[in-house]
Design a protein around this ligand. Structure first.
Ligand code: ADP
Ligand code: MG
Ligand code: ZN
Length: 201
């Protein structure tokens, strides 16, 4: 197994909701763990949808994760011996995540960040787009369009809310392809938040 020594790097896994970003992050960090490479996985503490101490995918794959409230706190929590740093829901971190990821990579670590590249209005969802420009490897994930089964690259919010973040649930968001995404529906969703069928994930 190749292990980074003086050279670290950054990997970004991006795409819409339901595209398998968390699954792919879990797969990569689990692989390192099997190879006995020291791994630490982090997630923003605002995202406690499933479990506080784990990253859990929509398909219920999971891996142990440390909740942190900022990129600075993440940096402080990374141990010297750690060779692989996994970070889920990167879009919920501040812009400082870019500098933190670069600092960890400069220190010889493999940094894997999963996150949404655009928000529900298809606007760039920082810091992921900037991180893509600073990453050696970028993997764009596609979901299955909930409407037609085509390549889902956007996240459509189907409930009414002005907040940028309505923590995810199948009832609040759908993956949509280019043809099925609707700007009008994003601005004027038909469902009220309370009417949406909430589920635990
Ligand atoms: P992400 O982190 O990108 O939101 P996850 O890794 O948590 O995605 O979940 C991916 C899994 O979600 C898929 O393997 C599949 O089991 C499930 N899933 C549910 N809806 C969809 C969809 N529309 N397209 C693809 N996968 C979906
Ligand atoms: Mg995810
Ligand atoms: Zn479609």
């Amino acid at each position: 197994m190749f292990r980074p020594t003086s050279h670290g790097w950054i990997e970004v896994i991006c795409g819409p909701m339901f595209s398998g970003k968390s699954e792919e992050l879990i797969r990569r960090v689990t692989r390192s763990r099997i190879a006995r490479v020291p791994v630490q996985t982090f997630k923003p503490s605002l995202d406690v949808r499933f479990s506080n101490g784990e990253v859990v995918s929509h398909s219920l794959m999971k891996v142990e994760a440390i909740p942190v409230s900022s990129a600075a706190e993440l940096l402080r929590a990374v141990e010297d011996a750690t060779a692989v740093v996994g970070i889920d829901e990167g879009q919920f971190f501040d812009m400082e995540l870019v500098a933190v990821a670069e600092r960890l990579a400069d220190a010889g670590k493999q940094v894997i960040v999963a996150g949404l590249d655009t928000d529900y209005l298809r606007r760039p969802f920082e810091p992921i787009p900037t991180l893509c420009g600073r990453a050696e490897f970028v993997t764009k994930m596609l979901a299955v369009c909930h409407r037609c089964g085509g390549p889902g690259l956007f996240t459509q919010r189907i409930v009414r809310s002005d907040a940028l973040v309505v923590l995810g649930a199948e009832g609040a968001y759908e993956a949509r392809c280019r043809a099925c995404y609707s700007s009008e529906e994003a601005e004027q969703p038909t469902l009220e938040l309370a009417e949406a069928s909430w589920s635990e994930r």
